[in-house]
Design a protein around this ligand. Sequence first.
Ligand SMILES: Cc1cc2nc3c(=O)[nH]c(=O)nc-3n(C[C@H](O)[C@H](O)[C@H](O)COP(=O)(O)OP(=O)(O)OC[C@H]3O[C@@H](n4cnc5c(N)ncnc54)[C@H](O)[C@@H]3O)c2cc1C
Length: 438
Amino acid sequence: MAQPKIEIYTLEWCPYCRRTKAFFKSKDLSYEEYDIADEKNKQEMQERSGGEKTVPQIFIDGENIGGYDELIKLKSSDEMQEIWGMAESDFHEELWDVIIIGAGPAGLSAAIYAARKGLKVLVLAVAIGGQVIETDMIDNYIGIPDTDGQTLIKSFWDHMDKYEVRAELGEKVVDIVCADEKVVEAGQQVDEKAGKKTGEKEKGNEVDQGWEKEEANVNAKNIFKLKLADDRTVRAKSLIVASGTKKRELGVPGENKFKNSGVYYCAICDGFLYAGEDVAVVGGGNSGLEAALDLAKLDCQVSLIETNDHLQGDNVLQEQVLSRDSIKVFYSCRVKEILGDEQVKEIKVRDKDTGEINTIQVAAVFVEIGLTPNVGFIYDLVATNSRDEIIIDKKNKTDVRGIWAAGDVTDIEAKQIIIATAEGALAALEVNKYLNEI
Ligand SMILES: Cc1cc2nc3c(=O)[nH]c(=O)nc-3n(C[C@H](O)[C@H](O)[C@H](O)COP(=O)(O)OP(=O)(O)OC[C@H]3O[C@@H](n4cnc5c(N)ncnc54)[C@H](O)[C@@H]3O)c2cc1C
């Protein structure tokens, strides 16, 4: 069967565009790319997509399917099986020594170390690179000064590619259960915690779909069954959770309704199409300050909403923000609602000191209020702290036998690339020891 025609409208600096291209490459699917920095391509994209203002916009055989998130959702549907059928494979039929969830620094480093120990390794990830791919300037990765996220993660990926690692992008793990009756040995103690999952639970905006749970036949030889977004399951003798973090959401009325039509979580991806307009940035930490500056450079008038009576980010960024006439800071304020018709038109903001509600007219809202761990799929299985981070010991082990965690998803305080890679390596070495012992 001939490959369908895949077209992607992109911007050079957009992380979701990089994820989309990496996804198609990993499936051996070729594509045509149009950079919307070229005005002609920008107009063409908007005409073909009914006025979409966000990149990437993906077209398959001429039909607009949306951006990366829509691509991954669609990937799981029957409708698209013909396309993915060309690249789809049998990885779900194997029993893996270790499945690594995540293809950021922690996951890729774990994969290299595990493969070098001769383990049968599967990496499952929604997208390549996690947060790193959103980072333009990285100066603190030892030995590689002045790099950027895309270059660094590509070098991690290429390094991993030298080994016998099976890596599948576009695969979202939605649930995990322990237990496989085939390996249960009579008389062994049942782990009280593992396998004790119940019903539906919503955590971090991910819904644990409460699929049929097996009995808690959990013992010294835990086998883990992972459920993927398209309902397939995969099995492994051990797991390394390296699923990182995602952007925190506001949780106010209007946020869901206007996602991708005025509410965004990545100013460098989606700010471009609001050049010259009035916009709001929510959050006065480093990410919020950087977003406000990026948007000001696009001639936007920026309302920066900060809940405290002072900005939070680095002094150097604060000074730049405060010196810009086009950025107005609203201190001690909280966004209460986002309003509009087809597109965002205004936000309601409450002053915490006076209780006064103000309306600010904006065409888009960029939410930059921090990060939250990606734990929805494992929340009921392993212990987490009050910030929903997975609790690990000095050897990156969780409280469930056979499950390790590494990187930003854990309760390790410093969230940095070099630390995530070191944790991934340590977790893989510990997994190897564990598999040799059982
Ligand atoms: C704007 C910004 C700038 C930064 N700058 C720097 C810097 O200059 N220097 C530095 O050292 N650090 C920096 N950091 C921090 C650094 O990016 C992180 O510490 C690092 O990326 C953590 O790596 P990780 O592998 O733990 O997680 P991530 O990089 O977040 O990767 C997580 C992976 O898990 C996958 N995933 C998530 N959920 C699932 C699921 N359910 N199923 C399957 N896969 C899943 C994701 O697709 C992704 O592949 C920055 C972070 C940000 C946000």
